[in-house]
Design a protein around this ligand. Sequence first.
Ligand code: DX5
Ligand code: ZN
Length: 222
Amino acid sequence: MSRARASFEILPSILSFDFGFLAKEARRIEKAGADGIHVDIMDGHFVPDLTLGPRAVAALRRATALFLDIHLMVYNPCDYIEPFVIAGADQITFHFEATEDVKETAQLIRTHGKKVGIAFSPDTPFPRTLPLFSWCDQVLVMTVAPGLGGQHFLPDMLDKIATVVQLSPPETRIQVDGGINCTTAVQCRSLGATSFVSGTYLVQQPDLEKAILHMREAIGAV
Ligand code: DX5
Ligand code: ZN
């Protein structure tokens, strides 16, 4: 990595937490020193599963002051931006594959004053021809197929991360999501990733605070 980039962030994914105790889990994540909560929203169409809606995100918002990073795995993302903004989202990432107008979707999020992320599923090549970076604050490189926690990191995505990092302005956050543990986080970090989403790996650790600290140390963020 040749250019200075924004600071690193570690975001546990809500997908791996106990949905019966979302507020409690949000407070636990905050206490453990995470930089925010990655909230996976699935619509049963773009991906088969269904997860949370704006009401549940509003409950998270009441429980914590942490940065809420909303990952929309839904078709027609424009229909859901305002409800999630009202619910308390700080950043909304939508999938490149899920909308016919990427620019319009990004602009709608910006209009609401929130940070914009654009996500790419593993099979989607990164488009070099669009002025994507002027539309977004973050590019999310999915390192597993979207829709499910607990999958193995796809090593082929390392090349895509390198490409995105090479093309992007230094202030663009490069997020990786799927199969992230200390080993894969270090691999992604060495190519320039700056935002690390981790569900299964972090949650399996007996001490979340220690696990987050360990990951920070591994990526050289302390
Ligand atoms: C998958 C989600 C991820 C998921 C990551 O579609 O976008 O955020 O929670 O889970 P792990 O870390 O278990 O791969
Ligand atoms: Zn996600």
